[in-house]
Ligand binder design. Structure first.
Ligand code: BTN
Length: 250
């Protein structure tokens, strides 16, 4: 791909008009021994996957649907760190290219003013200690208009077009994103999670804020742990580690 200077990513770049899900295709390729850095992009998905078994709205030729195959030699417990790495790269690319005030929401959303602009779905294949592969699934709403969002979405959503009034050059966005992901992945392999974690905490929309978890636990967000748990300081002062749940501002 023109203009890309990646050391790990984009060893192979596969762009197709339609797939059921780029994550599903990347997983197949991984099982057929495709190389680390293989990137799969589709113009539209007929069965885009979201978290918790939801589907991901994937209309034609407006957004980015992308999956990246990685084969990091790291302990299985560290695999969730890659979700935060991709959230940081997406948020910073949106900031740098379009001056959008993108934030990250734990565990794996990118938001603008509380509205979802991107979702991440990482899938892993591992045996006890050994990771065979990780698929970074990235969906970013670029040129989607308000009318193209389904009415019954269970969260508020937005796109770059809605935020800026400008159409996005999709290849330019992909290039910038892959470049930044490549930089951060290289840094991650060499130096570990420390600087990604710091960047994520800086971008976190709820840092130092009072939140509820599943409407049953209340506290202040104080950081991210290296296994991906959200650190919450409860009213009695002790730190609770949140591994799953719906975190909302109070
Ligand atoms: C979520 O927020 O629920 C995660 C959404 C992830 C969507 C992306 S689009 C590209 C990749 N392929 C998929 O089927 N899903 C992810």
């Amino acid at each position: 791909e023109k203009g890309l200077n990646c050391s790990h990513l984009s060893t192979t770049l596969i762009c197709l008009p339609e797939l059921d899900s780029t994550n599903a295709r990347a997983r197949q390729l991984a099982e057929e021994d495709a190389a680390e850095g293989t990137v799969v992009i589709a113009d539209r998905q007929s069965a885009g996957r979201g978290r918790l078994g939801r589907c991901w709205e994937s209309p034609s030729a407006v957004n980015l649907y992308c999956s990246i195959l990685l084969r990091p030699q790291i302990p299985v417990q560290q695999a969730p760190q890659l979700t935060f790495l991709s959230a940081v790269a997406v948020a910073e690319t949106l900031q740098q290219l379009y001056r959008i005030d993108a934030k990250v929401k734990w565990p794996n959303d990118v938001l603008v003013d509380g509205k979802k602009i991107a979702g991440l779905l990482n899938e892993m294949n591992a045996e006890t200690e050994q990771i065979h592969f990780v698929i970074l699934g990235i969906g970013v709403n670029l040129n989607m208009s308000t009318e193209q969002f389904p009415e019954e979405l269970n969260y508020p959503a937005t796109s770059v077009l809605i935020e800026t009034g400008q159409q996005v050059d999709r290849p330019a966005f992909v290039r910038a994103l892959l470049q930044l992901l490549d930089d951060y992945y290289g840094e991650f392999l060499q130096q570990g999670f420390v600087s990604i974690r710091r960047r994520w905490e800086t971008l976190c929309d709820m840092m130092s804020q009072r939140v509820s978890v599943d409407n049953s636990m209340f506290g202040t967000v104080v950081g991210l742990d290296s296994d991906g748990a959200l650190r919450l300081q409860l009213d009695d002062g002790h730190i609770e580690r949140v591994m799953a749940g719906d975190v909302r501002p109070q």
